[in-house]
Write a protein that binds this ligand. Structure first.
Ligand SMILES: *Cc1c(COP(=O)(O)O)cnc(C)c1O
Length: 416
């Protein structure tokens, strides 16, 4: 979304206030042009003979968005059997889906095997059991290189007491199992968490993974996971993907030469592809002034966008109904009966009751983490694509809230 002559416009010149008038607030709106821009950036940043980008769909599992990415040539990274099934429905071929679960049952992994997707294992005990059950199925191993990525402690997954991956220090044990069971290791993987601090620590982790890859002669791919940063604030820090791509590509080509074969270079970005494409529109119900603070209370809350309350994440907020208004300081809060703050002490152009605010960067980990807390409906989602707006998810209704509840004493009444 851009601001032109004091008016916010979505790509294709679409007026967000018109979308809100048509579909009502709260409303998620995604711009396919932004997802495409990010997909093109990442695919052209790496100059290697074989590159595959697997969209990490836990960021946003809307079928229409997954289908768009599939059409552009993306693969899919999934973390649950349900994501995997959605991916197949969105048109991904099984071999273009990688399944990277953590702490799931062997039954779930077996189901994924039966669907023909690529399997990524992050636990020694599972690797061993997998080898006995499926001796002929090639598999990928998730290594934890123990490099601290940046970001909030809740999203950094590479550190020493993280539950993710098999520790690089256990490589000798992995090799024993691989040899004893004659496992076919087709891939080696790491994912150190979201919001990597800098290219240096990523390259350091990559070096550890490549060292490890040398031990496996039959690899088809090396998967470096994700963790690319996007700016959440105007002027905020972002991964310089072009610079990083150049440096890692050089190193990877060198490695492949040494290895004797062109391996596939894989990444699995979520946030990088879809975060900036999302805008979450909410309406101001009340402006409430207390002795200390001017609150803007909106028709949504942590039930629809939990990142600020869960990770202290910053989402930029603008008043799209009054872009030219005088700047004032507000704390924007939700309607949930909990502390429910979207943004504290923010500068917004003057907010009047009824104004529409936008929470930016709402494409990743926003709707996909939404809940029905306080028995509220989850919002509708709209995709702006080539100058047209498409409703891609209906707002929920009372029926959705009621679904699956069994009011078992309704017949007997309250006399039980
Ligand atoms: C969540 C996740 C990703 C995506 O991370 P982003 O920071 O959104 O790019 C990639 N790989 C795995 C295994 C994940 O769990």
């Amino acid at each position: 979304m851009t601001l032109e002559n004091d008016r916010f416009l979505l790509s294709g010149g679409i007026d967000p206030l018109q979308l809100v008038a048509e579909f009502a607030c709260p409303l998620y709106v995604y711009e396919s042009a932004v997802i495409k821009r990010q997909y093109d950036r990442i695919t052209s940043a790496f100059s290697v003979p074989r590159l595959k980008i697997n969209y990490a769909c836990k960021a946003n599992t809307n079928l229409t968005i997954m289908r768009l990415l599939q059409g552009w040539g993306s693969g899919l990274d999934t973390v649950s059997i349900q994501e995997l099934k959605l991916g197949l429905e969105a048109g991904f071929a099984p071999q273009d889906i990688i399944y990277t679960p953590n702490c799931v049952s062997l039954e779930e992994i077996s189901e994924a095997v039966s669907m023909g997707v690529r399997i990524n294992i992050d636990n020694i005990s599972i690797l061993e059991q997998f080898g006995h059950l499926f001796p002929a199925v090639p598999v990928c191993i998730r290594i934890n290189p123990h490099i601290m990525a940046g970001g909030n402690s809740k999203i950094s997954v590479g550190h020493i007491d993280s539950k993710f991956g098999i520790s690089i220090h256990q490589l000798p044990h992995i090799l024993k199992i691989v040899k004893a069971l004659n496992l076919q290791i087709e891939g080696i993987h790491m994912h150190t968490g979201s919001d990597i601090l800098n290219a240096e620590s990523f390259l350091q982790a990559a070096e550890i993974l490549l060292n490890c890859a040398r031990e496996f002669p039959d690899l088809d791919y090396v998967d470096f996971g994700s963790g690319f940063r996007v700016p959440y604030k105007p002027g905020g820090i972002a991964t310089d993907i072009e610079d990083f791509g150049e440096r890692l590509s050089e190193r990877f080509k060198e490695f492949c030469q040494e290895y004797g074969r062109d391996l596939m270079l894989m990444f699995e970005p979520g946030k990088f592809l879809v975060s900036e494409a999302g805008n979450f529109f909410v309406r101001c119900n009340v402006v409430k002034t207390t002795p200390a603070t001017a609150f803007v209370g909106v028709d949504s809350g942590l039930n629809h966008l939990i990142r600020p309350m869960m990770y202290d994440a910053y989402h930029h907020i603008t008043n799209i109904s009054n872009p030219a208004g005088k700047m004032r300081i507000y704390t924007v809060v939700g309607y949930i009966c909990e502390t429910d703050t979207f943004g504290a002490n923010r500068q917004l152009s003057e907010v009047r009751e009824g104004d529409v605010l936008c929470l930016h960067n709402a494409g990743a980990y926003c709707f996909s983490m939404a809940s029905n807390y306080n028995s509220r409906y989850r919002p509708a989602e709209v995709l702006v694509h080539e100058g047209q707006a498409y409703l891609i998810r209906q707002r929920e209704t009372m029926e959705d809230i009621r679904r699956n509840q069994l009011d078992v004493f309704a017949e007997v009444g309250t006399q039980v």
